[in-house]
Design a protein around this ligand. Sequence first.
Ligand SMILES: Nc1ncnc2c1ncn2[C@@H]1O[C@H](COP(=O)(O)OP(=O)(O)O)[C@@H](O)[C@H]1O
Ligand SMILES: [Mg+2]
Length: 337
Amino acid sequence: MNNSTIALMIYGEPGSARNALAEEKYKKLAGHFIENGFAIDSVLYHDSVCNQLEAELQKYAAILVWVNPIEQGNSRKKLDAMLGKLSKDRFVSAHPDTILKIGTKEILYKLKDTEFGGDIKLYDSFEDFKQRFFDQQDDVRILKQYRGNGGNGVFKVDVSNRKNDRVLVTHATRGDVEIPMTVQEFYRSFETYFDAGSMLVGQAWNPNIINGMVRCYLSGANVSGFGYQEVNALYPVLNGVYKKPGQRFYFSEDCALFSDLKNIMEREWVPQLLEITGTKTEMLPVIWDADFFINKINTDKANGKYSLCEINASCVSPFPESSIPYIVNELKKRIEK
Ligand SMILES: Nc1ncnc2c1ncn2[C@@H]1O[C@H](COP(=O)(O)OP(=O)(O)O)[C@@H](O)[C@H]1O
Ligand SMILES: [Mg+2]
């Protein structure tokens, strides 16, 4: 194995012409790797070619993976099993074990008692869900499936009228469409989220979503950039006006607007995350992100200002340009080890 060859893996249907090295999202990163003496190939992943890929991937010193938890309805089950095996002799990012530790919605439950956590419930079986969901007193809750992306399996549930057997459910992928259901229909519609021993995570509805969300990008344990999106999925309808999710804008790790978040992440919250989840620093992905609600504006305290919406570790792209040298450095460190 030549220790300077990297596979840059993205999702591709059989016959797809995708090439990561030519795609806007990865082009500059690939260029930076090449400038730093690495050889890099684009590799397309699809479950149907998993077995043959496993043999082909033996020649790489590192495999960097950008595949969502759900791609065209497919989970990462096969992919993660393959990456687990390949990681024994080479560097894989994100490592499938790390994704399970920090990159599913369960992380919200694990971190609930930290200062950036929140009111989180974990329902580990359908029975448990039916028994406890209506215990909480809030009129509006959020439910999130264990592993998902793009709002898939994230729901806003308005239970204010539950006494009249009426629940309103809004899927984060469906704009402001509210589906009325009876309580029984509501339960039934969530049953499949518990298939194969999976779980649902409940989170308090955060009305501060109207302040936009900040995405903190990290490479290993270092903050490598930020994103800010003013209007996000489930943004509430205000004065009868529905706003569609808008564009995310990118900022470097040195952006003064987010310097409070960078400081508290690097000094306190990432070390806490590592400790609580039992993750070693060198197991952190070369690129991952933590998304935060902005609960208070015009405050000089980061503590209480931000709370966690989710952590992404499976497929963080696009990322800010400032993350690129961090990703390359992180990979160099890991390969040298
Ligand atoms: N607790 C919450 N309160 C208000 N809006 C939320 C809440 N949780 C999630 N959302 C909205 O739903 C979107 C999708 O949820 P998220 O946890 O990011 O899951 P994913 O991106 O993996 O589908 C978020 O980007 C945000 O716009
Ligand atoms: Mg999200």
